[in-house]
Design a protein around this ligand. Structure first.
Ligand code: JHZ
Ligand code: SAH
Ligand code: ZN
Length: 403
């Protein structure tokens, strides 16, 4: 049943048994890993694309949650720019207040804090929340939901902006979120969120955007329907290039603001692409299987030729790729990653060792499977010596290529 509207959900892609994407494993740990069935469907009523099985939130977001948003220079700049824009627009009045859902290590709110503007991050993962605090950010270690929002409103008053990046699509219980937004947002406030865009996922066959944490794959159409369902309105959209293609959505209370022309434009584009059609999504599922076959064949061939292959970036996304395509330490020697909390551990399910970034050059492999393909520019930019040494990159989005 659809978690937004209660309609029936038609499954179109089954990615099999999958582990928690961010559960990097201590090699000494012998306890069985948690697995669930990763399958995606579409609501026949509101068109929302969503996971068929839900993982309990405490299993994913806890004290040891390893993802630190500030690991990418491009993302640091992205959020600094957004904070600057909010300060000039929605937060330019007298004593404004902004709440961020899922502030992680404070990558966005630190700029707001430095500007002396009242703010609060709501972040359930204690480790990253602590890093945010050390960056001068006010954080409540908690899940955002209706009860949280009511308490924040009582303590701090109404919010001018409620913001969430790469977090709202992680939360299945949208009814409680909207009740919370309703309780906390001022009469002319906006709820702004940015998440991976279904249009890009289908166009690029970026099926690795599907994993436990990404419960919803939003489109303008499904977000507009969801907003209406809960008494809000989609009033602006902006396409973003980060994380492989996202959309930043702005919601306001119904009738409070005039929707920007960009909303109708994106809706028309989705109509043109037949994005809400199950046939389109089934075609996407077929393309996913082609990528799996091509990638497995390539990696097996390289192994047979005695080439060294390592992976680059122990992303959450790569859990889906490795486990769906059957890629383990037999095909990929190790994966290098700058995140201390991931190093020395094994990738979930596939058990590929994670090593620090400098392991990449000791010595360079023949091929590098770019798990962090969404950061290709940043990574290829700083790994030019690898290419000069004759190293090649393997990409699998939008199709399997060697560059
Ligand atoms: P990256 C996470 O996804 C999980 P992941 C989450 N569900 C989500 O939606 C997005 O983030 C926002 C490393 N790296 O950003 C750091 C290098 O080693 O693609 C990270 O471990 N060297 C919340 O994990 C990983 O790669 C580098 O130069 O798929 C990148 O992870 C750079 C730039 C990154 O998100
Ligand atoms: N905004 C950052 C962080 C994304 S990671 C960025 O774009 O890089 C997603 C974050 O959402 C995690 O830190 C996780 O702990 C947090 N989160 C998950 N469920 C949440 C909820 N219900 N309320 C608030 N934060 C949540
Ligand atoms: Zn629905």
């Amino acid at each position: 049943m659809c978690r937004v509207c209660g309609g029936s959900v038609e499954e179109f892609l089954d990615l099999g048994r999958q582990p928690l994407s961010d559960a990097f494993r201590d090699p000494a740990d012998t306890r069985p890993e948690y697995f669930f069935r990763l399958a995606v469907g579409q609501c026949a009523t509101c068109t929302m694309v969503q996971l068929v099985e839900e993982v309990p939130r405490e299993r994913m977001f806890h004290e040891d949650y390893p993802y630190h948003s500030s690991g990418s220079a491009v993302m640091r700049e992205h959020f600094q720019r957004l904070a600057g824009r909010l300060l000039e627009t929605e937060l330019s009045g007298a004593d404004p207040f902004v709440v961020e859902i899922g502030c992680n290590d404070g990558i966005m709110l630190r700029t707001i804090g430095q500007a002396g503007v009242r703010h609060l991050g709501v972040e359930p993962s204690g480790g990253v929340a602590e890093v945010a605090r050390s960056n001068g950010v006010n954080v409540r270690t908690d899940f955002f939901q209706e009860s949280t929002a009511v308490e924040v409103r009582e303590e701090h008053g109404p919010a001018d902006v409620i913001y969430a990046a790469n977090t709202f699509c992680h939360i299945p219980y949208v009814e409680s979120i909207f009740a919370g937004i309703d309780a906390l947002l001022g009469p002319d406030g906006v709820f702004v969120f940015e998440d991976p865009y279904l249009g890009d996922i289908v166009a690029k066959t970026s099926f690795d955007q599907i994993y436990d944490e990404h419960f919803y794959l939003f489109s303008a159409r499904s977000v507009a329907a969801m907003a209406r369902h809960f008494g809000f309105e989609l009033v602006d959209v902006e396409r973003l290039e980060v994380h492989g293609g996202e959309v930043r959505y702005t919601l306001a209370r119904l009738g409070a603001r005039t929707p920007a022309p960009a909303v109708a434009e994106l809706l028309a584009e989705e109509e043109e692409a037949d994005l809400a059609n199950l046939t389109t999504l089934r075609r996407f599922a077929g393309n996913v299987h082609t990528i799996r076959d091509d990638l497995r064949t390539l990696l097996k061939d390289l192994r047979a030729q005695g080439k060294r292959v390592v992976a680059y970036g122990a992303t959450a996304k790569s859990a889906t790729v490795a486990n769906f395509c059957g890629i383990g330490p037999d095909l990929v020697e190790f994966v290098c990653d700058t995140t201390p909390a991931k190093q020395g551990r094994l990738t979930p399910g596939s058990h590929i060792p994670v090593r620090p970034a400098d392991a990449f050059a000791e010595p360079y492999p023949d091929y590098a499977l770019l798990f962090a393909w969404n950061h290709a520019e940043e990574i290829m930019g700083k790994e030019q010596e690898y290419e000069q040494a004759g190293g090649r990159w393997i990409l699998y989005v939008p199709k399997v290529t060697v560059e």
